[in-house]
Design a protein around this ligand. Structure first.
Ligand code: ATP
Ligand code: MG
Length: 361
């Protein structure tokens, strides 16, 4: 068992509060990803869990024990950093076994654990090499191996793949997911890359300015973002956001006036929002179709061809622009009038404070 609870966790540097009251449950064997923009507090929060930063308020509970003041070495956690800092003069095996040597583990036991980890990470043939004779991905695996041999209750990763090239990142992402399955371990992983978060996580924690914006599974966040911040952060290309005006509400949903004067009814509950208020309509690029008629008229001005799909940038008549995702073989002509259509059931509405209006069932 390895679970972790944070209750109103806070971190201040002098008068500056950078972690502003975090409540979070990480369950046994869960793969939890902290995601958010640079400076939002991801590393700080992870380092507070690891014991590398003092927690200035609230509680950290690991397996039922309040752990705020427990020494980092006694927390049963192992951390893998972005800069994996292997010892250059030691072999792969020595690097991987170093923490065990310090802990006084016998050479034979150490050797057994290092070989076992090397097997899992496909490093067995490289145990006698030095770090300078390894590729970036192999070095990263050695850093992960150092964590595995310690058999931690919880693995902590801080952007471990950001030094790797794009192809290797995708590979290592898959390897980490396999490792999670194989070790049946609890893992907390920090990244600013929403694609890593979406593909790897059981549970995503979206952080912004030291606070949690939303916690949920990848598809919960994609389908039901709690606010504009999460809506804009999760999903690529980003959700389109248009200024609209609340016209009326009915059992079918909320009817809004579009920037071009048209009206559309989104199946959400009005809540406390009143007629005349300014709202934001969110439409994902993959939910817009190009056709003969639709809610918007405009002209495509730019096409990004990615092979398997095409991303069109369309200026609409009211002066805004929309991003539309279509198939790779898309033949929409540029600078020619077109119509854009979306199913209102796929639309999102946000109130003046940026909160999502609840979907009707
Ligand atoms: N020792 C410190 N003193 C004062 N402020 C600090 C200190 N360490 C970090 N901060 C501030 O805390 C905030 C959170 O930093 P943190 O490193 O946790 O961000 P992050 O989300 O990991 O960002 P990145 O994606 O760039 O790694 C930042 O605004 C940072 O400037
Ligand atoms: Mg960081």
């Amino acid at each position: 068992m390895a679970n972790l609870r944070l209750r109103d966790a806070r971190k201040t540097y002098g008068a500056l509060e950078v972690i502003k009251g975090i409540d979070l449950d990480v369950d046994d064997r869960e793969f939890v990803v902290f995601v958010g923009p640079s400076g939002c507090g991801k590393s700080t929060l992870l380092r507070m869990i690891a014991g590398l930063e003092k927690i200035t308020g609230g509680d950290l509970v690991i397996d039922g024990t309040r752990s705020n003041d427990i020494d980092p070495s006694q927390r049963g956690l192992a951390m893998v950093f972005q800069s994996y800092a292997l010892y250059p003069h030691m072999t792969v095996a020595e690097n991987m076994g170093f923490a065990l040597r310090i802990a006084g583990v016998t050479p034979s036991e150490r050797d057994r654990k290092v070989r076992e980890a090397a097997q899992i990470l496909e490093l067995a043939h490289l145990l006698d090499r030095r770090p300078k004779d390894l590729s970036g991905g192999q070095r990263q695996r050695v850093a992960i191996g150092r964590a595995i041999v310690r058999n931690p209750k919880i693995f902590l990763f801080d952007e471990p793949l950001s030094n790797l090239d794009a192809a290797l990142r995708v590979n290592m992402r898959l390897e980490l997911m396999r490792l999670h399955e194989r070790l049946a371990a609890t893992m907390i992983y920090v990244t600013h890359d929403q694609i890593e978060a979406m593909t790897m996580a059981d549970k995503i924690v979206v952080l912004n300015s030291g606070r949690i914006e939303q916690v949920g599974s990848p598809l919960e966040l994609y389908n039901h973002p709690a606010n504009i911040f999460v809506a804009g952060f999760i999903g690529s290309p980003k959700m389109n956001l248009l200024p609209v005006t609340f016209e009326s509400s009915s059992p079918d949903g909320v009817t809004v006036t579009l920037p071009n004067g048209g009206a559309v009814t989104i199946p959400v509950a009005a809540g406390a929002t009143k007629a005349g208020s300014k709202l934001t309509l969110g439409i994902r690029p993959e939910h817009i179709r190009i056709g003969r008629k639709g809610q918007f008229a405009g002209e495509a001005i730019l096409a990004e061809r990615l092979g398997g799909l095409t991303v069109l940038h369309v200026d609409i008549v009211s002066g805004q622009s929309l991003v539309v995702q279509t198939e790779g073989a898309d033949t929409t002509p540029l600078h020619t009038p077109i119509s854009l259509q979306f199913d209102p059931a796929n639309g999102h509405l946000f109130d003046a404070e940026g909160r999502s209006l609840a979907r009707l069932n």
